[in-house]
Design a protein around this ligand. Structure first.
Ligand code: AMP
Length: 396
């Protein structure tokens, strides 16, 4: 494997990487950085946790160092992901340099963003809705944009941002370079790719961990009325930070209340909360000021909080892919983690789809490995039908 010294990066970037103790590029960085530095469009298949953020931040920063008047746009599907990308960009811009990044997300004061835009930040990061709003107000222009990054494009389409992204792209000059990243490449992504990208270099990291082998999986079969008790039981058995997923905003709030009523301190995170509150909660969770966060799937993608040790799927997700994203919030960057899933009778169908997906991904990862046996590993067995038998099965 290369080390960062072999990637043609500036001494400033190498110094910052060294300070972060990042010695070797991750596979996606190793492949994307040289191609992007040469000015090619990139269509990359990358999961969160693969180091994808730096794979585009580093080429952007290198280009900016050469031409301080260049502009860059990074679009992310959620406000949380946008904030995370912004914080990485700030680290690599360095202190006291004439480079600025701005984070344009909804829920934050638009007038303060307009004022900050007057200072001409070169790197514009944000979510499609707010960026469009500011473009419509002519608060900034994308006519001299050098690189556009569409991060987690599949998620942006899932969230219905296709139209907004299209509107933004119409304002970007034609000779820009594009980097599009997506966890999956469904037909819709191919269509968008052929629309925005010119002769892209396709980069896919085959062995890219969708299921980290260092995530222990556990399944608990339960009934709706027992879920809260079982959750408290699971929390009591665990040390370290826990991220709990519930299905709806109301469900998250109710669950936090129930936990509090049982003297378990927890905070909520969902899209119905004011942005300032969302940011504050995320910051406090990152800073380990509290250890239990209950969230909707807004937290299932992209979030990188290295100290999350446990994921609890209190409610199962709607789509099997979300399960993989949820459990990927633990065992970050090589650490270990545990994922617990509560299954009730009505989850049978989604669990079957999850099993199919997990086995498929595992098979893909082990292709060519002579010691690998392709047998279902995530089977959960219904042992007995008694309502009192709430905790059965599971694997560790
Ligand atoms: P990302 O997929 O961009 O969210 O990155 C996942 C995690 O990997 C983050 O905590 C990064 O700080 C970390 N990371 C990214 N690149 C490297 C690297 N080359 N070496 C070690 N850690 C890294």
């Amino acid at each position: 494997m290369h080390n960062f010294d072999q990637l043609n990066l500036s001494s400033d970037s190498l110094k910052i990487l060294k300070g972060l103790k990042f010695e070797n590029p991750t596979p996606i960085q190793e492949k994307v950085i040289p191609v992007a530095l040469q000015g090619n469009d990139v269509m990359g298949t990358a999961q969160t946790g693969s180091g994808k953020t730096l794979s585009y931040i580093l080429p952007i920063v290198e280009k900016l160092r050469k031409n301080v008047n260049d502009k860059f746009l990074i679009l992310a599907p959620t406000r949380e992901l946008s904030e995370q990308v912004f914080s990485v960009a700030k680290i690599f811009l360095g202190h006291g340099k004439p480079f600025k990044a701005i984070n344009l997300i909804g829920g934050k004061g638009i007038f303060s963003q307009i004022n900050q835009l007057k200072k001409n930040p070169q790197i514009i990061i944000g979510t499609p809705g707010r960026i469009n709003d500011l473009l419509e107000r002519k608060s900034f222009s994308l006519s001299k944009c050098s690189i556009v990054v569409l991060d987690e494009m599949d998620r942006m389409l899932d969230m219905g941002f296709g139209y907004q992204v299209d509107k933004i792209m119409k304002q970007v000059n034609k000779n820009r370079q594009m980097i599009m990243l997506s966890a999956t490449i469904p037909a819709q992504i191919r269509k968008v790719s052929s629309k925005y990208l010119k002769n892209p270099v396709n980069i896919s990291i085959e062995n890219n961990d969708v299921i980290e082998t260092n995530i222990k999986q556990k399944v608990i079969e339960t009934i709706p009325n027992e879920k809260v008790n079982e959750l408290i039981n699971q929390i009591d058995q665990r040390k370290g930070s826990i991220l709990i997923f519930a299905k709806t905003k109301i469900g998250v709030d109710k669950l936090v209340k129930k936990l509090k009523a049982n003297s378990v301190k927890a905070s909520a995170l969902h899209g119905g909360m004011r942005q300032n509150k969302r940011s504050k909660i995320m910051q406090n969770f990152r800073d380990e000021r509290f250890r239990i966060l209950v969230a909707t799937d807004i937290a299932s993608r992209g979030l990188d909080v290295p100290h999350i040790e446990h994921i609890i799927n209190y409610d199962m997700p709607q789509a099997p892919e979300d399960f993989i994203h949820r459990i990927g919030r633990t065992a970050r960057a090589g650490s270990v983690g545990e994922a617990v899933s509560f299954l009730t009778q009505k989850d049978t169908r989604i669990w079957k789809s999850i099993e199919r997906l997990l086995n498929k991904e595992e098979f893909k990862q082990n292709k060519g490995n002579p010691n690998y046996e392709n047998k279902p590993k995530f089977k959960h067995k219904r042992r007995g039908r008694s309502r009192n038998k709430k905790k059965v099965g599971g694997r560790n």
